[in-house]
Design a protein around this ligand. Structure first.
Ligand code: COA
Length: 335
């Protein structure tokens, strides 16, 4: 397995934390290979959900050891009834019946999420065989936003061909964020970038720089910038090394020559490392163009703003991608 130097760096940090990650998709060979690597390299202790016999025979057929790996079949777990009660109590006000809770707790993504809620695991990586919505919904319903008044969002870590690291949000969760939600995304991104050991320099992206373009979409980004700056002045963030500015076009955000022309007063323009897109269309299209035409490596998307980390894989992911996301998830367990 070829693991990129950047992910190797994250693995080295994750190895020191001794966390437990649950992988709900034990039926998937890529997940099993990633589990084997993650446990063998002590990235995390691994819990795999699924049929124990078939997982064991898969491991045996590859001569993979099972040290650091625990197998759980949700249907046979002695904790199933406690998890079912927990789910029912959390969701009854939303109309969930006891019968529905019993059925839902057996779903591997819900079971894994309930393990985290119960303190039996620190994080979860899923999505090799599930849609984003199916992976993310249990997290939103059970783990919930760390700040109840703020939306949960997502972030990609991007390594450019030149070896620089950038952070991109929100390319995967909030479809049409309001100004307030965009501010939430920016603040969560600041927290994530700090978790990854970097100093956030956040550009609130638009098709306009400092009033050069007009329209409702520009007004939204200006308002989001104002709201984010307000949140960043509160005691929770005031002493952290966070710079944020907007509205900025991508060239003004990233290129110091353009920045000097378009936004000379900005402390972020020309050297942004964190790009907050105005909506999911811009973000999702933007990151895929960077990946496909720009040759950038993309890691994620990781969810941000949750009480505990749960991350979604792309269905086309490789075992290497899963190992990378396990390491990222371990790092996100740090407050
Ligand atoms: C993330 C997503 C799946 C959630 O949709 P959903 O499951 O229909 O969500 P619902 O509106 O039914 O909400 C379910 C719960 O999650 C909460 N929720 C939904 N989005 C949230 C967010 N961004 N932050 C915090 N909570 C959120 C809701 O408040 C609700 O909580 P409650 O049931 O306790 O009241 C949806 O926003 C989505 O499909 N996003 C785009 C995904 C996508 O296609 N990405 C591109 C490919 S990567």
């Amino acid at each position: 397995m070829k693991i990129s130097p950047y992910i190797q760096e994250l693995i080295a940090k994750a190895q020191k934390l001794g966390k437990t990650i649950v992988l709900p998709e034990g039926e998937d060979e890529r997940v099993l290979e990633a589990a084997h690597i993650a446990a063998e390299q002590h990235i995390a202790k691994i819990i795999i959900l699924g049929d124990e016999n078939s997982i064991r025979s898969s491991f045996a057929s590859h001569n993979w050891g099972m040290d650091g790996i625990v197998l759980i079949n949700p249907a046979k777990s002695p904790k199933l009834s406690a998890y079912t009660d927990l789910l029912y109590n959390l969701r009854k006000a939303k109309g969930m019946t006891e019968e529905e809770a019993a059925k839902t707790a057996l779903n591997a993504n819900y079971f894994g999420t309930l393990m985290i809620k119960s303190g039996d695991a620190d994080g979860m990586v899923s999505g090799a065989n599930h849609s984003t919505a199916d992976t993310v919904r249990p997290a939103l319903q059970i783990i919930k936003s760390k700040h109840p008044e703020r939306v949960v969002s997502s972030m990609f870590i991007m390594r450019s061909m030149a070896g620089q690291t950038y952070y991109l949000a929100d390319c995967a969760i909030n479809i049409a964020p309001s100004a307030k939600e965009l501010a939430d995304i920016a603040v969560s991104s600041a927290e994530s970038v700090i978790q990854f050991g970097d100093k956030p320099r956040i550009a609130m992206l638009s098709y306009s720089t400092y009033g050069s373009g007009k329209g409702e979409a520009v007004d939204k980004v200006c308002e989001a910038t104002r709201l984010a700056k307000e949140i960043l002045k509160t005691p929770e963030y005031a002493n952290l090394p966070i710079a944020l500015d907007g509205e900025l076009q991508a060239d003004a955000a990233l290129d110091s020559v353009v920045a000097r022309k378009k936004a000379p007063a900005s402390k972020v323009a020309g050297s942004a490392n964190t790009l907050v897109f105005p909506n999911i269309e811009a973000g999702n299209i933007g990151y895929k163009l960077l990946q496909r035409l720009g040759g950038a490596e993309m890691y994620g998307p990781m969810l941000q703003g949750l009480n505990a980390p749960i991350n979604d894989l792309s269905r086309g992911c490789s075992a290497e991608d899963i190992v990378g996301l396990i390491a990222i998830t371990v790092l996100q367990t740090q407050n």
